[in-house]
Design a binder for this molecule. Structure first.
Ligand SMILES: Cc1ncc(COP(=O)(O)O)c(C=O)c1O
Length: 349
C-alpha cells in the first residue's frame, strides 16, 4: 500500500520522542526515563526459538490478572505501554476523528495520533495540574479516544478520583477513556482496574517498565472489558510477545518478583523524600512539584543551563518545554545517584 501525500507530510513533520542513548557513557547516571535503578537478575531457560510464541501467553495473563485483580479476558499484553497506546489509537482512530488529552502530559499520545492522522484536541490541566473537567468534557464531545494520565508524566501528581469519575460518567458511550497508570505502583492509590464493571469504555494502561524494573524487556498491559480487548486483538501483530520477554515477565510476577517490586518502590520513595529535602535547600531551585511517581518536576532558576551542566557531569535528566520550559523532570535513582545530583547542583554557580 503506498502512502498518500498527507501521510508522507505528517511523518515528515513529526517530532520524535527524544531519549538519551544508553550504554555509551560508562559514568552516566540516567535519570531521564523514569526507570527503576535497582536491577534484579532473571533466568532464561528456553533454548529453542524455531517456533512462534503464544500470541497472548496464558500463564503470563493469568499471573498479571491475579496481580491486578481482574480476569485474563480483561487483559492484553503488548510490547510496553507504548504499544498499548498505539494499538488503542490504531483500533479506534482515523483521520476523521480525534483524540483528546490534557497537556502537560506524556508525549506519545500526540505522536501516535499524528501517525494515524487523527486530530489532536487539548484541554490543558488546571494550574494545580488537575483535569479541567468542564473543558475536558466539552472537548471530549468531538473525540473518539481521551487520555488521562495518573500519576501524570511529567508533573508527577495523581488526578482527583472524582474528576476521573466525572470524565468516565460524562463522555459518550462511544468514547474510549484511556487511564494511563504506568506509575500507579509508586502511589498509594488503588488502580481503577477493580472498577471495570462500572465503565465499559475504560482502558487502563499498565507496565512492567517502572516499578517492576524491567524496562529492558518492553512489556505492558491494557486492562479493559472483554469487548474492548477483542477490538485491540484485531490490530495487534499475530505473535507480538517474544519468548524471552514472556519468560522474564512471568518471573517478575512470581511472589518473589512482587516482593522485589514492593521493596524497590519503598526504597525509591524513600530516596525521593530525601532528595526533595536536600533539593529544597538549594537556591537555584524555585519550585518542587508534589509527586506520586518515581520522578519529580522541578522548576529551576535557569533549567536549560542546569540541564547542560548536569549533562557535562554525565547526569541525564529530562528537559521540559512549553509552559514547563523552566523545569526539569528528574527520575529517582539510587541513594548514591541522588546524592551525586545534589553535590553537582550545590557546586553549580
Ligand atoms: C505515562 C506513561 N505511559 C506509558 C509509558 C510507556 O511505558 P512502556 O512502554 O515502557 O511500558 C511511559 C513511559 O515512560 C509513561 O511515562
Amino acid at each position: 500500500m503506498s502512502m498518500t501525500d498527507k501521510e508522507k507530510r505528517s511523518i515528515q513533520n513529526l517530532v520524535p520522542y527524544t531519549v538519551a542513548p544508553r550504554d555509551q557513557d560508562q559514568q552516566a547516571i540516567y535519570l531521564d526515563a523514569n526507570e527503576n535503578p535497582y536491577p534484579r537478575e532473571y533466568r532464561l531457560s528456553n533454548k529453542y526459538f524455531n517456533r512462534y510464541p503464544e500470541p497472548q501467553p496464558k500463564v503470563l495473563l493469568e499471573s498479571y490478572a491475579q496481580y491486578a485483580g481482574v480476569q485474563p479476558k480483561n487483559l492484553l499484553v503488548s510490547l510496553g505501554g507504548d504499544e498499548a497506546i498505539k494499538l488503542i489509537i490504531e483500533a479506534f482512530c482515523n483521520d476523521e476523528n480525534a483524540i483528546l488529552f490534557s497537556p502537560p502530559t506524556f508525549g506519545m499520545y500526540a505522536i501516535d495520533s499524528y501517525v494515524v492522522g487523527s486530530k489532536v484536541l487539548e484541554a490543558p490541566l488546571t494550574a494545580d495540574f488537575q483535569v479541567d473537567v468542564p473543558a475536558f468534557l466539552s472537548a471530549a464531545q468531538n473525540a473518539k479516544v481521551v487520555f488521562i494520565c495518573s500519576p501524570n508524566n511529567p508533573t508527577g501528581n495523581l488526578m482527583n478520583i472524582s474528576d476521573i469519575e466525572a470524565v468516565l460518567n460524562g463522555v459518550s458511550e462511544q468514547t474510549i477513556v484511556v487511564l494511563d497508570e504506568a506509575y500507579i505502583e509508586f502511589s498509594d492509590r488503588e488502580s481503577f482496574a477493580t472498577r471495570l464493571a462500572e465503565f465499559p469504555n475504560l482502558a487502563i494502561i499498565r507496565t512492567l517498565s517502572k516499578a517492576f524494573g524491567v524496562a529492558g524487556i518492553r512489556c505492558g498491559f491494557t486492562i479493559a472489558n472483554a469487548d474492548l480487548i477483542q477490538s485491540l486483538q484485531k490490530v495487534i501483530a499475530p505473535y507480538p510477545m517474544p519468548m524471552p520477554v514472556v519468560e522474564i515477565a512471568e518471573q517478575t510476577l512470581s511472589q518473589e518478583g512482587i516482593e522485589y517490586m514492593r521493596t524497590a518502590v519503598k526504597q525509591i520513595n524513600q530516596n525521593k523524600a530525601a532528595f526533595i529535602a536536600a533539593l529544597s535547600s538549594l537556591s537555584l531551585v524555585k519550585k518542587i512539584y508534589p509527586s506520586d511517581a518515581n520522578f519529580i518536576l522541578v522548576e529551576m532558576i535557569d533549567a536549560e543551563k542546569i540541564y547542560e551542566h548536569l549533562k557535562s557531569e554525565h547526569i541525564y535528566v529530562k528537559k521540559q518545554s512549553g509552559q514547563l520550559s523552566n523545569c526539569l523532570r528528574i527520575s529517582i535513582g539510587t541513594e548514591q545517584e541522588m546524592r551525586r545530583v545534589i553535590q553537582v547542583l550545590s557546586q553549580y554557580n
